[in-house]
Design a protein around this ligand. Structure first.
Ligand code: MG
Length: 267
């Protein structure tokens, strides 16, 4: 059941989104070659607890950390560890916090140093898809319109679109209804109403859409081990349109992509 949020609840969710955005900005600033990824987790937990909030991933179904760090072929739910970042890695950082009873949830992918052009494009198009999908969160549109927007951009580039993991409603709980897949048919699904707050989270792969889970029972990797990108924002539907609540630094990936450049014909 979808729980629509009141204006005052959306303000609370804005504060939670501000907190996880701040965490993201600090992690983005810290990430560099040679940094063990556990340091990103330590930083995130400190910022969250210092704000009087709680890490929401930690302990969620037994997940042991504050952030998910997913490098290269890892899609989502990777563990922070002693593994050091290195030039050419692409790193997804996903963080959630509960503040004043409401959950903020936001993911960013960044390149460490320079990466191959096709990987740079994968990252940029994932952010582009996220921004375009957020714009579709309008009264009268349907969930399938949002999902299709993400899928359409991925298909233009022949990226694999992960199907086994999806976005979600967010509020007092991290995962609320509705599920928000990264694929769908326009004009189908739930009609969007004011008060809806969802996390949209494109997961684009350079190769196959298929994924598998490693022996740690958490880390999701691409089946062909080609690289993957995951980005996530929280968006609220206000009576006059969408408001993206999370605001972590997207300036490193400005939305200057041309959907038609470098596009390969879809099969
Ligand atoms: Mg999420």
């Amino acid at each position: 059941m979808i729980t629509l949020k009141s204006p005052s609840e959306i303000e609370k969710l804005q504060e939670s989104a501000d907190l996880v955005s701040e965490v993201q900005n600090q992690m983005i600033a810290l990430a560099e070659p040679g940094l063990p990824t556990i340091e990103l987790d330590r930083l995130a937990e400190k910022v969250i607890r210092d704000a009087g909030a709680q890490p929401v991933f930690k302990g969620y179904r037994g997940f042991p950390f504050t952030v998910c760090i997913s490098i290269n072929e890892e899609v989502v739910h990777g563990f922070p560890s002693k593994r050091k970042l290195k030039e050419g890695d692409i790193v997804s950082m996903d963080v959630g916090a509960r503040y004043q009873g409401y959950v903020g949830d936001c993911a960013r992918t960044i390149a460490i140093g320079s990466v191959a052009p096709e990987e740079d494009s994968l990252i940029r198009q994932a952010y582009h898809a996220l921004r375009e999908a957020c714009k579709v969160v309008q009264v009268g549109k349907r969930l399938g319109d949002v999902s299709h927007t993400v899928e359409r951009i991925a298909r233009q580039f022949n990226y694999g679109v992960v199907q086994d993991f999806v976005g979600h409603g967010v509020g007092r709980e991290m995962h609320e209804d509705p599920q928000v897949p990264n694929f769908g048919r326009p004009g189908t699904g739930q009609r969007l109403k004011a008060g809806l707050v969802i996390c949209i989270e494109p997961m684009f792969n350079l190769g196959t859409y298929e994924v598998e889970i490693l022996e740690d029972r958490w880390t999701v990797v691409t089946k062909d081990r080609r690289k993957s990108v995951h980005v996530e924002d929280m968006v609220a539907l206000l009576p006059d349109g969408p408001r993206v609540l999370s605001s972590a630094d997207g300036a490193i990936y400005p939305d200057d992509v041309n959907e038609n450049s470098n596009a390969v014909s879809s099969s």
